[in-house]
Design a protein around this ligand. Structure first.
Ligand code: MG
Length: 354
């Protein structure tokens, strides 16, 4: 099979409601939707969702980068994913979400060529994945009401954001715990808001509310600080912004900087690299969560969920972005009609139906 053409379509979809995290406010899902055409008449679909607050990429930059990739990929075999990534890495050492777009489209083609859904190609059996749902930063009563609504709809894990002030964080988390009761798990994400010592103080108090884990307590570059928090924290500490790819994860594990790792296709460049991250973590006895960008659509989430069901060491999923979209850029892919459950398509590839 040979690649004959790669098209990129920048897509922006308004979220049902603006979403606030400690790093900023997000109002739209933005992604570069990619179609890789081949000489066999099969087309693979992917997306690069830049998430500028995390990856530093913009939609225009991702689209421009994919256009550069196209020049090097025409005539190449999209099923030779190892070689495809080698080529992408030589065009740019970074650009993870642009690479993820190509990677996802190649896996889509691999599934279509094999006549199998990608989750089966990756070794998965069950096509259901349970995800949490994230409550955006707001007034405590509003957050509590949303958390209660989600729990009532069937979600059993609520993720929420902290890091906009010690007293406010406590008030918000307390309000959520009071609203959902003891049977619902709560996981927290500080998105780099704290110094290491602040983090320990906040965690000490927040842990009263039966918290499952805390994500990215300190600045992404402060690996020593992250290791300090992990060593002294009552709660399990998960990296997010501190680890993009397998090399970052290896570095964190070597200095015991984390208890768990949040893998995102848009940070690492797609399924190919995510598999490496998960293998390193598994060997080190570290469980992984699959996360997503708030700006991601059903394309990226279908790909991530396909990986999630295929790896035992991926024990958690935070793949809730699609629940906040007003519309989908491409129909098909995984089904999101039931609260907390992502049901993967049984069609070949990811099952997108453009
Ligand atoms: Mg996070």
């Amino acid at each position: 099979m040979k690649i004959t053409k790669i098209t990129v379509k920048p897509v922006s979809v308004e979220l049902k409601e603006p979403f606030r995290i400690s790093l900023g406010l997000i109002t739209h899902s933005v992604s570069a939707v990619v179609a890789i055409e081949t000489d066999e008449g099969l087309t693979g679909y992917g997306e690069g969702s830049p998430g500028i607050l995390v990856t530093g990429e913009t939609l225009e930059g991702v689209a421009a980068c994919i256009a550069l990739f196209e020049k090097r990929l025409i005539g190449r075999d999209p099923l030779n994913i190892e070689e495809i990534h080698h080529i992408l890495d030589r065009v740019s050492p970074h650009a993870p979400s642009a690479k993820a777009a190509i990677d996802i489209a190649c896996y889509d083609l691999l599934g279509k060529k094999a006549g199998l859904p990608v989750y089966k190609l990756l070794g998965g059996g069950d096509n259901h994945l349970v995800t949490d749902i994230t409550v955006s930063i707001d007034e405590p009563a509003a957050m509590a009401a949303k958390a209660k609504k989600h729990a009532g709809a069937g979600f059993d894990v609520i993720k929420t954001k902290v890091g906009l002030g010690f007293a406010e964080d406590l008030e918000r988390v307390r309000a959520i715990r009071d609203a959902v009761g003891p049977g619902i798990k709560i996981r927290l994400d500080a998105n780099q808001s704290w110094s290491p010592k602040e983090a320990l103080r906040c965690i000490e108090y927040l842990s009263e509310y039966d918290i499952e884990l805390i994500e990215q307590p300190v600045a992404y570059h402060d690996i020593e600080g992250l290791a300090y928090v992990t060593k002294h924290s009552r709660l399990p500490v998960m990296s997010d912004e501190s680890a993009f790819d397998s090399r970052d994860v290896l570095r964190l594990i070597k200095v015991r900087a984390v208890d768990m790792v949040n893998i995102k296709l848009m940070k690492c460049g797609g399924i190919y690299e995510a598999l490496k991250i998960n293998s390193i973590c598994e060997a080190a006895g570290i469980e992984c969560m699959l996360g997503c960008m708030i700006e991601e659509s059903n394309i990226g989430i279908s790909a991530a969920a396909s990986l999630g069901v295929a790896r035992r060491n991926i024990t958690r999923a935070d793949l809730d972005a699609v629940f906040s979209l007003r519309e989908l850029p491409i129909p098909g892919g995984a089904d999101f009609s039931r609260a907390k459950l992502i049901t993967l398509s049984e069609a070949a590839g990811f099952g997108f139906m453009p």
